[in-house]
Design a protein around this ligand. Sequence first.
Ligand code: SF4
Length: 425
Amino acid sequence: MGIMEEAKRGVTGEEIKKVAKDEGVSAEVVRRRVAEGKVVIPFNPVHSPEALGIGKGLRVKVNANIGTSLEYINVEEEVEKARVAVEAGAHAVMDLSTGGDLDEIRKKLLKVVKVPFGTVPVYQSAYEAIKKHGAIVDMNEDDIFNSFERQAKQGVDFAVAHVGITKQSVERLKKQKRLIPMVSRGGSIHMAWILHNEKENPLYKNFDYLLEIAKEYDLTLSLGDGMRSGAIYDSNDRAKFQELLIIGELVEKAREKGVQSMVEGPGHMPLSHIESNIKIMKSITKEAPYFVLGPLVTDIAPGYDHFVGGIGGAIAGYYGADFLCYVTPAEHLCLPSVEDVREGVIATRIAAHSANLARGIDLNIDKEFSEARRRLNWEKMFSMCIDPEKAREFRKKRKPVEEKRACSMCGKFCAIEIVEKYLGD
Ligand code: SF4
């Protein structure tokens, strides 16, 4: 029996207890929220990752995407990216590989990654359709479901399903006349398939079958945001909300069947749209966990999109987003390197922690850190900061000439030392 089904029957399993302990929340509260679909714990027993809670009342979490592309396949580098992402503090890793032996890559990654592991199974269906039939749009309905089943059997903990890309939402998109009609890879695959075959999205039409697969393997579904805006100009538009309305209905179905589900969100979005987007999403889905990419609060900073996503992520987390998908400095430009992955995770962790503080969580961490700063206790600061490696590097780079305790920013004019000397403790 899956975690949600158990929770619905009043059972508080080990995973729920672990989440409750980590979050400092009572196990009964976590159990109730899992049962209601307001918290998910992506946990496929085949993989058995560290139990991680995502959703209402819990800390904001960070996801890192890695994976090959058709243009660049270096499996060992992807394994290293996964390792570095977790070391830098990512709470979950998603493999978005679209090049090479996908089953083998996933197998290797699943061995290394001990946190929840996610995928987008339709990538595999599309990749194999090109090899088998010569075109993505020629994949058949079974190809799509088979990828979900194969990956769940292998141990994947959560999988993206672009169930909101339907004939209806595609029609809405056509009328919308967006600046950039669609930027989601999975979304575009489904849209192309629907238009080419003049048929409904199989994941939507046979959602019950998808739920059966998910239930069998306790696979958490991440209901994908195919209509996420790829330009500030297109943010919070009718196409986006059309998709969200469909997803809202499917979240309810998943809950009825005891399948854990979360909902994905934008995308490019001005700061002023973030609060309303989250409130509407939470209202339509009756507080499903919200997994957002970024949001990216400007279009014009390629090379710095980890900052752009960090700004959006902090605000989104404050207003109720539960899970932030990182953005790396390479976003919109190329497949990220290992260092880009590290930078992306750190930037998103800063966003998540900032949101947690604003929600009144983990204030003691910053308090303790500031006490160390007041004492100029560098070792303590390094041991507590989000990126100790970088902080140490900076301190070493320009040591103070005479002062032992201050840094080279002010040296003899160190305000902290002057105040300590004359004001005392
Ligand atoms: S020298 Fe200036 S920047 Fe450095 S610790 Fe002292 S007050 Fe802070």
